[in-house]
Every structure is written in structure tokens, then in C-alpha cells.
Design a protein around this ligand. Structure first.
Ligand code: KE4
Length: 430
């Protein structure tokens, strides 16, 4: 039986010095209740907590650990690179190699700027779109999360959905006034916003496959419609691929869904677990970025050697070995089929959304296609399911508003254990 005494003691102590005891809200277990698990180490598909419990990991650090934890080539590369110093604040050849590697994998990318998080990537891409078009307003989608820059914290997903935060203190009207929102998968609502704000909209930013209200797929024609609208109206289409980039395919969602954005943001996988983000796209837009252009954007640690060698080592493998994506997709489909079977046997209402190695299980008798339908699922049942799985050694994202992420180190045995744990958990919570 799992016991969490050390995590409980650590959480008590953490709360004396860190707001909420965590350095990012979604880790606090607030929406599922209970004590957040303090992790001591991880290897492959497994996490080991401060009490020595082992878990099969379906968070993968919210996406980055696509090869599994402590993947040897990345660990070795970081160790070796650190011996030559951890940062210079000056250009390096490795940054050129990283940019060239990204250009060789992601469609439609002429230039890349490295930053240190997905938040930085998205806020910079929005500023660039505004500088390029000379327009101020932009459209985001309810339930999508693009990091915590002021303009994006309007009807956002991830932790804001988890904690049902509608308005965030500290964000001024000035910062949020130019943010327009529409329901995901609702092209008519977007067309109406564009008509009502003619020639005022700089950008439409979207998670091409949403992962911050659970996993939600674009419906046929939705992204194609956004693409056509942006082309017609001189609006910059920004794909926020912080989650999907290099996860759904070597070329991310642009390749998987065969749709080209104007700017693309990256994070997570691109850094292999190190703090890395990037924004990228067509040269005619990217050339507006300082020092080439006047749209200022900067970062002391942007492109630092450790982050670059980690991301470069991982992306090289993903580029060379496309079988990783095939296997990840097969494993995710195997998990999906298993969850389908046990949910049907348990006789409970559920729906599963999945694309590639992104998947989410929603306790609902309706399709989950946008934030409203995601919020109408049985959150309480997810909470019970989460803890029933945790005590059986399966670590799911601690929120119904998050996608699960599979990693390459998961074995068929791990998947079977997960499916068996789900069957027992569903019986327990029925
Ligand atoms: P970061 O600033 O957290 O690196 O990236 C922000 C971000 C931007 N865009 C998308 C599509 C994202 O999913 C994220 C971050 N995702 C959350 C998980 N849903 C990060 C977890 C956390 O907040 O701790």
C-alpha cells in the first residue's frame, strides 16, 4: 500500500518558503485534492517519489520527456557540455546547428529565435505579429493556454481552468483589452469576431491540437478555415506547438495535420527537459525581430549551451528515428483500446480523445470538443479516478484539464498494468 509520509512532510515544509509549496500551480494537486507527490528521481517510464514509491509516468514533465526520463544520450551530452561552462551570453556554433536542425524538421520555418519557456515563445510571437501587421487585437480560444503572459490569461486553460480562475488579479484592462476569445472548433464565431474588428486583428493563436483542457482535436475544416481567413485578412496565424511540436511528428502538428501556420511556437520537447522555448516562421515576418528589425525580444540565457545540447541531442534522434513516432502512436492506441474496454465493462459514461501520443479520458456522455464540453464532464469522478490510479502506481496529470503524454520507454507490460489499474480503479469509484 502506498504511503506518502515524506511527501506530506516535504509539502508542509515547502509551503513555508514557496507560495502554495510549488513552483507551478498545476503541481499542487489542488483540483484532485490530497498531497502533491514529491519526486526524488526518474528513469525511463518510471518516477520514484520521496517515499520510495514507483509510478508509471503519464505526465512526462508535461510533455518534454518523450524518450522517457534520464535518456542516456541527453544526460551524457549535458554532463560533457557543462564542463565547458554553462553559459556565455555570446553566440555559439551550437545555436546555429540547433536552428538549422529545427528548420530541417519543421515545415515552413525560415528562421528561429530561441527563448527559455513556452510563455516567452508565445508572448514574443504575439508581439512580433503586432509589430509586423501594425495591428493590436488578437484572437485566442477558450481553454487554450499559451503561458502566463498578461494578454493570454483570458479564459485560459491548464491551471486557470483547473482552478476555475476567470479573471487574474494584476492583469490590467489595458493588457487584456485587445484579447478576443472564441470557442475552440467554432469557425463561425471567429469569422464574426474578424468582421466586428475589421482590420484590427494582428493574430489568431491556437493550439492546433489542444492539450490544456484535456486533449481536444480540431474538427475537420476548422484549422483549414482559420488558415484561409488569416490569409484573406492579413492576420498572422500562430500555431502554439509548445505541446505538439516534435511530439505529434518530427514536423509537429503542421506536418501531422498538413496545415501551415505563419509563426510557430515551441517548448517542452525542444529542450528535452531543460528550460527552452522558441518561436519560428517565415523570414518576411521573423526579420522584424531585433536586432534585424525593431520588434525587441531578448534573453540572458536564450540559446545557452546546456539547453541547446540537450534539445539538439534529442531532436537529432527524433529526426533520425521516425519509428519512435510510430511506436508512440501504437502504444497510445493500445492504451486507448484498453481504457475503452475497461470503461465499457464498468458501464460508466466516458469519452476518450487521442491523437498521436496525446490522450485524455473524460467522464462524460458527450463529445468533448471545446472548453464548455470539457468543463461539463464529471470532474469529481476524475478526481477519484486519479487517486485510485495513483495508489496503484500510475501517475496521471493531476487535473481533468490536462492531456496525458506517453513516452518511448513505456513497455507493453506498463500499458497492461495501467489498463488493469484502470479496471480496478473504476470498480472502486463506481
Ligand atoms: P511554459 O511557459 O510553461 O514553458 O509553456 C507555456 C505553454 C504554452 N503553450 C502551451 C500549449 C502549453 O501547454 C504551455 C504549458 N503547458 C502547461 C501544462 N498544461 C505547463 C505545466 C505548468 O504550468 O506547470
Amino acid at each position: 500500500m502506498y504511503q506518502y509520509e515524506s511527501s506530506k512532510a516535504l509539502f508542509e515544509r515547502a509551503q513555508q518558503s514557496i507560495p502554495g509549496g510549488v513552483n507551478s500551480p498545476v503541481r499542487a494537486f489542488k483540483s484532485v485534492g490530497g498531497t502533491p507527490i514529491f519526486i526524488e528521481k526518474a528513469k525511463g517510464a518510471y518516477l520514484y517519489d520521496a517515499d520510495g514509491n514507483q509510478y508509471i509516468d503519464y505526465i512526462a514533465s508535461w510533455g518534454p520527456m518523450i524518450m522517457g526520463h534520464a535518456w542516456e544520450p541527453v544526460v551524457t551530452a549535458i554532463q560533457q557540455k557543462a564542463a565547458g561552462s554553462t553559459s556565455f551570453g555570446a553566440p555559439t556554433e551550437l545555436e546555429i546547428e540547433m536552428a538549422e536542425l529545427i528548420k530541417s524538421m519543421a515545415p515552413n520555418v525560415d528562421m528561429v529565435r530561441m527563448v527559455n519557456s513556452g510563455t516567452e515563445a508565445c508572448m514574443s510571437a504575439l508581439r512580433l505579429a503586432r509589430g509586423y501587421t501594425g495591428k493590436n487585437k488578437f484572437i485566442k480560444f477558450e481553454g487554450c493556454y499559451h503561458g502566463h503572459a498578461d494578454a493570454f490569461l483570458v479564459k485560459a486553460g491548464s491551471g486557470l481552468a483547473t482552478f476555475n480562475i476567470q479573471t487574474v488579479p494584476g492583469i490590467t484592462a489595458g493588457a487584456a483589452n485587445d484579447t478576443l476569445t472564441a470557442p475552440y472548433n467554432n469557425l463561425d464565431a471567429v469569422k464574426q469576431l474578424v468582421a466586428e474588428n475589421k482590420n484590427e486583428i494582428a493574430a489568431i493563436i491556437i493550439e492546433p491540437v489542444a492539450g490544456n483542457m484535456g486533449c481536444i482535436l480540431p474538427q475537420p475544416g476548422f484549422l483549414e478555415g482559420l488558415r484561409a481567413l488569416c490569409t484573406e485578412e492579413n492576420i498572422v496565424l500562430i500555431f502554439d506547438e509548445v505541446m505538439t511540436g516534435f511530439r505529434l511528428a518530427p514536423g509537429g502538428a503542421q506536418q501531422k495535420l498538413n496545415i501551415q501556420a505563419d509563426l510557430i511556437t515551441y517548448g517542452k520537447v525542444i529542450g528535452a527537459g531543460m528550460p527552452v522555448g522558441a518561436f519560428a516562421g517565415r523570414k518576411d515576418i521573423m526579420q522584424y525581430i531585433a536586432p534585424l528589425g525593431n520588434v525587441y525580444q531578448a534573453g540572458t540565457l536564450s540559446g545557452n549551451p546546456l539547453a541547446m545540447i540537450a534539445g539538439y541531442t534529442l531532436l537529432k534522434e527524433l529526426k533520425a528515428n521516425h519509428g519512435i513516432y510510430t511506436e508512440l502512436e501504437q502504444k497510445t492506441e493500445y492504451l486507448r483500446n484498453g481504457l475503452d474496454r475497461v470503461c465499457k465493462e464498468a458501464g460508466i459514461p466516458y469519452t476518450i480523445n487521442q491523437l498521436g501520443s496525446m490522450i485524455s479520458l473524460h467522464f462524460a456522455d458527450h463529445a468533448v470538443t471545446d472548453f464548455t464540453s470539457a468543463a461539463a464532464t464529471n470532474i469529481e469522478r476524475f478526481k477519484q479516478f486519479f487517486h485510485a490510479m495513483l495508489k496503484r502506481g500510475v501517475y496521471l496529470p493531476p487535473s481533468a484539464y490536462e492531456s496525458w503524454f506517453l513516452n518511448h520507454a513505456l513497455t507493453r507490460e506498463d500499458l497492461d498494468k495501467t489498463i488493469a489499474a484502470a479496471a480496478e480503479s473504476l470498480k472502486e469509484i463506481a
